[in-house]
Write a new protein. Sequence first.
Length: 166
Amino acid sequence: MSEIKNLTGNKAAEKMADLAMDIHHCMFCTYHKGQLYSRPMATQKVDDEGNVWFISSKDSEKNEHLASDSRVELLYAHGHDKFLAVHGTATILFDKEKIKELWDPIAKIWFTEGVDDPRISVIKVSPSTGYYWDTKHGKMIEMMKMAAALVTNKTMDDGIEGTLKN
């Protein structure tokens, strides 16, 4: 059975930042006309308050959805050992200084004019709640425990899970 560790405040923000930046990519989910839409996005930063930052195109479908419904779900998964779900609200910003702070040279694939591309916007996700599952001892021990569980026919769950709330 997994150990339950519900986290709040700074501890929740730290855990969210650790997992989001380690996994890096998530399914960024928006709501539009009662339907959930998901697409992969790279996390640029998680700040000290737990806000999650992304670079996006001003004319993207995602930005269009956010203009009418700011609710988002961020779903992160890494193999069998790390999972994070974040529920929050998104704000679209056009702050040039924030764009420069978050800029990653890989983004030039989508924004061919570089950091000054006029199509760039920034999305700030302010989390309200979340849920995580992580291993206690790392991936190698987790894999050994999974193998032992298969051989012995006994559960050897080595996880830590819990809610996250700012």
